[in-house]
Design a protein. Structure first.
Length: 287
């Protein structure tokens, strides 16, 4: 018997029904035991438990039967259906932000797809449909938003980290990407402390710097530069290097050692320690 190709809408809808049936089972136990304790104590608990067990067995049998029917009619596994549901329910309100970020550097697309696969466990066809293609109508989005969850502040912070990581997979964060990320963090209602945290964490991966008086070259004639030699050496520069050379060296080293780069996933602590030394060297030289 060949399996029917269900649309994403059908898969999400049917998976949501199964998920709700298990949640209803849990709610039934909480309600039944809660009422028994509050009204009749031990006697009602002893009476209620066998009834709850019988109803639970019936509901579980019904759940597994519906799951079996769903699996028999899907081309994908139940695990993949679960991944799709979680990908959509956790991110549907913020997927346009991923779409915006990914649209700015098409050369980074293979790396971005690999990251999204790793994070959410979904197939490339789903990533294309929801992020890289323009196949979703407003009506589709409204349908999926029925299953969306409200993000906690910790979930928002984790999501923001993902957005930054999507911009650095190729060659660092370009100005248009950086400006978009700053705008997105405001849209996500991050306060100044959170925004400054992200700026400090990722500024070393910017490919260009903002033009400001703080970034202009400063004279080193009036200060002793000998104690700074180890810092120049760490950056691979000659003593007295220009501010532009310092920025370039800083960016290149960040692209090697930043702990949020995918290639450094197995050496996060080592990379973080190295970045701390690099940041210290730049700060000391610029002082």
């Amino acid at each position: 018997m060949s399996k029917k190709k269900l649309s994403n809408k059908e898969i999400i809808e049917k998976y949501a029904e199964l998920k709700q049936s298990l949640e209803s089972l849990s709610e039934m136990w909480n309600l039944g035991l809660g009422v028994s304790v509050s009204t009749g104590g031990l006697f009602l608990i002893v009476l209620a438990v066998p009834i709850l067990i019988i109803i639970s067995i019936f509901m579980l049998l019904r759940y597994f039967w519906k799951k079996k029917i769903l699996q028999a009619n899907m081309e994908i596994s139940f695990k993949q259906a679960k991944s799709r549901f979680e990908f959509i329910s956790d991110n549907i309100d913020y997927l346009p932000m991923i779409k915006q970020v990914c649209s700015l550097n098409t050369n980074a697309r293979p790396g971005q797809v690999a990251l999204i696969k790793e994070w959410y466990g979904v197939e490339e066809s789903i990533i294309n449909e929801f992020i890289f293609d323009d196949t979703l109508s407003d009506e589709d989005l409204e349908f999926y938003k029925k299953y969306s969850k409200e993000m906690t502040i910790s979930a928002k912070k984790a999501f923001a980290h993902k957005l930054f990581k999507l911009t650095i997979v190729e060659d660092g964060i370009h100005n248009d990407e950086w400006n978009l990320l700053m705008k997105i963090m405001e849209e996500m209602d991050f306060n100044h402390n959170f925004i400054n945290y992200f700026i400090r964490r990722y500024k070393s991966l910017r490919t260009e710097s903002e033009n400001s008086s703080n970034n202009e070259s400063t004279s080193t004639e009036e200060k002793s530069i000998f104690p700074l030699k180890p810092y120049y050496d760490l950056l691979g520069l000659e003593v007295g290097a220009s501010d532009e050379e310092i920025k370039r060296a800083y960016h290149n080293l960040a692209l090697q050692h930043h702990p949020d780069l995918p290639k450094n996933a197995d050496r996060v602590k080592e990379s973080a320690a190295m970045m701390a030394k690099i940041n210290e060297a730049v700060e000391k030289i610029r002082e």
